[in-house]
Design a protein around this ligand. Structure first.
Ligand SMILES: [Zn+2]
Length: 171
C-alpha cells in the first residue's frame, strides 16, 4: 500500500481521455488499492486514475467517506447509460485543492462499469453519488469540473488559481 501523488490542474494529463483498461491483473489491483488509500488520506470522495498520472479509464469513490463499506467502489471503464433531472450544488476536486464552486449536474445517473476482476455491474445513483460518478467519469474523458462551469465562474476560479500560483501556494 502506498500513497500516490495527486496532480494539480493544469497538468496536461487531466485534459486527455484515458485509455480503456484491458488487463485485470495484480498490477491493476495494486493501483486501485493505492488510489483508495490516497483518496481517503486526501480526504476526498472520488479519485480518477488520470489524477495520479495513470492515463487509464478508472476511478475509485466512496461518498460515505469510509463510513459505509458498501459505498467503497471502483468503476473501471465507466460508461454513463442514462441521466435524469437536475441538481446544483458545491463541487470540489482533489486536483483543485481548496476550490469549491456550484456546478450543475444530473440528479440521477446510471453508470455501467467493470470491477477489478473485469465483471460488469451498474450503479444507479442519486444526488452526491450521481454527482461523483459524473465528475469522475468526466476525468476519464479528459474533462475537469472547470469545463462544466459558466464562463464567468471559470474565469474567477482561474484568476484565484493564478494568484495562488504567484504566491507559491499552488505547485
Ligand atoms: Zn476531480
Amino acid at each position: 500500500m502506498a500513497l500516490v501523488e495527486i496532480v494539480k490542474w493544469p497538468a496536461p494529463i487531466l485534459d486527455n481521455p484515458g485509455e480503456p483498461v484491458t488487463e485485470f491483473d495484480d498490477k491493476l489491483k495494486q493501483l486501485v488499492s493505492d488510489m483508495f488509500e490516497t483518496m481517503y488520506a486526501a480526504p476526498g470522495v472520488g479519485l480518477a486514475a488520470v489524477q495520479v498520472s495513470i492515463a487509464r479509464r478508472l476511478f475509485v469513490m466512496d461518498c460515505s467517506g469510509g463510513k459505509d463499506p458498501e459505498q467503497r467502489i471502483v468503476l473501471i471503464n465507466p460508461a454513463v447509460l442514462a441521466v435524469e433531472g437536475n441538481q446544483n450544488g458545491e463541487e470540489g476536486c482533489l486536483s483543485f485543492p481548496g476550490i469549491f464552486t456550484p456546478v450543475e449536474r444530473s440528479l440521477r445517473a446510471v453508470v455501467r462499469a467493470q470491477d477489478v476482476s473485469g465483471n460488469e455491474f451498474e450503479v444507479d445513483g442519486m444526488e452526491l453519488t450521481a454527482r461523483c460518478m459524473l465528475h469522475e467519469t468526466d476525468h476519464c474523458d479528459g474533462i475537469v469540473f472547470l469545463d462544466k462551469m459558466s464562463s464567468i465562474k471559470r474565469e474567477l476560479v482561474k484568476r484565484k488559481i493564478r494568484k495562488l500560483q504567484k504566491t507559491g501556494k499552488w505547485v
